[in-house]
Design a protein around this ligand. Sequence first.
Ligand SMILES: Nc1ncnc2c1ncn2[C@@H]1O[C@H](COP(=O)(O)OP(=O)(O)O)[C@@H](O)[C@H]1O
Ligand SMILES: [Mg+2]
Length: 282
Amino acid sequence: MNAISITGLVKSYGKVAALRGIDLTVPQGTIYGVVGPNGAGKTTLIKTLVGVVRPTSGTARVLELDPLNDKWALRKQIGYMPQDAALYETLSARDNITFLGRAQSVEDLDQKVSEVIAFTELVSRARDPIHTFSGGMKKRVSLACALIHQPKVLFLDEPTAAVDPQLRARSWELFRKLAQGGTTLFISTHLMDEAALCDKVTILNQGKILLVDSPRDILKRGKTRLSVTSRDQCSQAEIESTPEAIAQKLHEFGLPNDISSVEVEPSTLEEIVLEIIREEPQ
Ligand SMILES: Nc1ncnc2c1ncn2[C@@H]1O[C@H](COP(=O)(O)OP(=O)(O)O)[C@@H](O)[C@H]1O
Ligand SMILES: [Mg+2]
């Protein structure tokens, strides 16, 4: 069963066409990324799937339910973390999470709240009021609120925008842990390095899907600049970013023909920055 399936989805706000015919399916247990610039339609797409926005035409199904007609049945099974955290600023993190858990009629609520606080690493700040939290910490609380009823599908709208690289990396470890437990994650982002962490990525632009692929295959669409120096002679070539293309070019420089594939994996800027932070004495 697909966690999400969408056909011909259109949403217009008056004259503004936010979604212009979207088709996609998301298998259960995957981390599915929707990537696109501001105004691409990411938030509108998520709001349609959680039953906050009524589509102009087309169909959307989440766990085979209609987000509008089966709203209440669906709300028990999905979690939604909006782009702008909707929290009670004067209440503590714990009270915010408890409030949402009560609205969802969660059993053994105190115990569940403690578990979700531990999972999102909020233990030391759980009793502090939200207005004393940083932006990144608020996102954590918002995630905890979305998780309190153990949803099968989790919608996260730009969950780590404006979050520092360290907290972002920890958040992604949590996302991966959830997916391993069978939760489907539908995540919007405008950050390419974040897209690289998804199982599958949809590129959305001006309400249309440009591409659906794994991040690895998307990277193969790029070019690789190869420089080979031999006896002070430097040769350069711009080639396809595939292991086969790299090997083929290297044959010209004397690589034995029986080597059919060479892979070069440069670390990303984000990885390098994280490594520098990790090596810094605490
Ligand atoms: N409530 C609304 N009323 C009118 N236009 C809207 C509304 N919400 C979004 N839009 C427009 O729809 C388009 C897509 O917006 P949105 O879904 O928020 O994109 P994203 O989340 O990718 O930044 C934009 O042009 C935006 O201005
Ligand atoms: Mg948005």
